[in-house]
Design a protein around this ligand. Sequence first.
Ligand SMILES: O=P(O)(O)OC[C@H]1O[C@H](OP(=O)(O)OP(=O)(O)O)[C@H](O)[C@@H]1O
Length: 200
Amino acid sequence: MPSNTDLNAAYLPLIRRIEEEATIIGDQILKIDHFLNHRIEPAFILELGRELARRLSRFHPTLVLTAEASGIAPGLVVAQTLNVPMPYAKKYAPEVESPFLQRIIPSPTKGGETKLVVSQRYLTPGTRVVLVDDFLSNGRTAVALIEMAREAGAEVLGAGFIVEKRFKQGHEAIEALEVPIATLAQVRRLENGRAILNTT
Ligand SMILES: O=P(O)(O)OC[C@H]1O[C@H](OP(=O)(O)OP(=O)(O)O)[C@H](O)[C@@H]1O
């Protein structure tokens, strides 16, 4: 069994691109939307998703769960690589078939509130779930997904993120729910227009 260190090992091609190309605003905002979640670079997302899938494969998931919108691209690659389906919690058009599960969380990047809704039809008891998302920040999205999966009777084996802001509370919030975390890049802090990242 590979160690937890491997789950969070710095994925150097991503670290380099963050160091060289990220836009840093203040000490909170890191933008890499030119390849990750606004203008998607298919070849690089495939590479990142396959690496995350490799790390999450030890949990033998039968389902990948993510959230609209930015989780869908990396989630799809992980799900395709592991050959499992990928429901995603809807935010913008929650006319979801009943019965459904839902959580209302503070909107991570837009202010206000966001509703996350997923049909129980796609989250059945006994399912072995791994979460996937592009970013882990305060962890409200991931915690809501974990809660909904557990409410449906599914087992949450792991949670994978392309980037995590280690200076926010998300990592601790997920650990408190005893869900192992896999990340490709861990941002320790943002200062003077630079991202300080773990490099090992
Ligand atoms: O750990 P958290 O504090 O929950 O933040 C992480 C979430 O924030 C972003 O979603 P957001 O709703 O901002 O944007 P999106 O609709 O583009 O996915 C991102 O895609 C994660 O889902």
